[in-house]
Write a protein that binds this ligand. Structure first.
Ligand code: HEC
Length: 157
């Protein structure tokens, strides 16, 4: 027992020289882990966790491709960013103030073209989240995760 304790003590003693540098180990490890995950994956997370649920719950019921063109179709990336013949730009990456989508959700109240076109409005947080998403480049996955379907909100009616 005594031998073990001595061995431990001397091992600890030896690491003392290294101690000032030891705190760097977890930092370097974290840095190494986060390097390969580029901003694309942050953008992906933001889209999947924040943007997609709101669009699916509040917009897809109508904007799913069944409204006559050139109405906004939010069901997939290609449809969303398709050039509208009327020249209307629903989402202008990096420019929320030029995006018809943001103008529409900001109308609110009794405006005849407020969006969602129902008796509810998005919260300020949700509008801010959409603005931030567009300001950051409006990332939208090209694969099946970018396919949106109508969805009821979390709470069961
Ligand atoms: C109950 C159905 C309905 C819902 C829900 C809905 N919309 Fe609409 N929206 C419409 C209709 C109908 C139009 C008019 C179609 C057209 O452009 O001719 C429209 C038009 C728009 C337009 C283009 C009109 C303009 O003012 O430039 C935008 C942008 C839009 N909606 C965004 C949204 C967004 C974002 C949501 C979800 C937050 C949403 N809408 C939810 C029915 C709906």
């Amino acid at each position: 027992m005594r031998n073990i304790r001595l061995a431990v003590r001397s091992a600890v003693g030896q690491t003392n020289v290294m101690k000032p540098l030891l705190f760097l180990v977890p930092l370097l490890f974290l840095a190494a882990c986060s390097l390969p995950s580029t901003t694309a994956s942050n953008d992906e997370q933001y889209f999947l966790k924040e943007v997609k649920p709101v669009l699916q719950q509040q917009c897809l019921r109508c904007h799913n491709g069944t409204l006559p063109a050139p109405a906004l179709n939010l069901s997939n990336r290609a449809a969303v960013f398709k050039h509208s013949p009327k020249g209307k730009t629903f989402i202008v990456p990096h420019h929320p103030e030029q995006s018809a989508l943001i103008k529409a959700v900001q109308r609110g109240g009794t405006h005849p073209r407020k969006m969602p076109h129902t008796d509810i409005s998005l919260t300020d947080d949700q509008i801010g989240m959409l603005r931030e998403w567009i300001a950051g480049g409006a990332f939208w996955p090209e694969d099946e995760r970018g396919n949106l379907k109508p969805q009821r909100s979390g709470e069961n009616p």
